[in-house]
Design a protein around this ligand. Structure first.
Ligand SMILES: [Zn+2]
Length: 215
């Protein structure tokens, strides 16, 4: 495989990108100046070193945005993202979303609570549903916040798609006993998000309306 084919194959692995778009990306890069390509390659190379995954919400963020640090379970100090470290946000509201892009979009709608990023959705016929998303980490986070009496409400902020609905049902079942024992609400996004719509592509006003009519 030559470098052109290799790059095309690599772009094809990106979410939502097919062979035709992948070839267009490569053509675009070929038409750019060498300095642009070098800077892009450099950004990709440094992505790991300059990026952290928040230990609380699991979103990715740039080192330069680091809010503060958290003490991990083994006493190790770990970076915490600016959202999780912001004490002015409503610590009692926890919105669980599928991916980082969804979090960014909910954030644009003006939501002032905290988040948890699941890292995907659960396939319909999954044998081990918990292997596909951070369901165990989510339950642990909910248990911790609820037992410290911080948690008032968990918002299941999943897309209005088949997989989003399926994942929402699974998570709800998992945390319902904790909600009953430790007294917090479980809600889902309300009207505004039409059936089939993904959170990532919904506009901020629609999300704000879905959040305010959550039930
Ligand atoms: Zn965070």
């Amino acid at each position: 495989m030559n470098p052109l084919e290799r790059l095309t194959k690599n772009f094809e692995r990106f979410p939502g990108i097919g062979p035709r778009q992948s070839r267009r990306f490569v053509q675009f890069l070929l038409a750019q100046q060498g300095a642009y390509r070098a800077a892009l390659a450099d950004d990709i190379k440094r992505l790991g070193a300059n990026t952290f995954q928040c230990k609380k919400c699991f979103r990715w963020f740039a080192k330069s945005q680091q809010g503060s640090t958290l003490k991990g379970p083994n006493g190790k100090v770990e970076p915490c993202c600016p959202i999780c470290c912001d004490s002015h946000r409503d610590q009692g509201l926890l919105c669980v979303v599928e991916k980082d892009a969804d979090l960014d979009n909910v954030e644009r709608s003006g939501f002032k609570g905290l988040y948890f990023v699941l890292g995907g959705t659960i396939p319909l016929a999954a044998e081990d549903p918990e292997a596909h998303v951070r369901a165990r980490e989510f339950v642990k986070r909910v248990e911790e916040d609820a037992s410290q009496k911080i948690l008032k409400e968990v918002i299941l902020g999943l897309s209005a798609t088949t997989l989003g609905d399926h994942t929402r049902g699974f998570l709800q079942e998992k945390i319902l006993p904790i909600a009953q024992a430790l007294n917090f609400k479980i809600t889902s996004l309300g009207r505004g998000l039409s059936t089939g719509s993904e959170l990532e592509y919904a506009d901020p006003d629609t999300i704000a309306s879905a959040l305010s009519s959550r039930h």
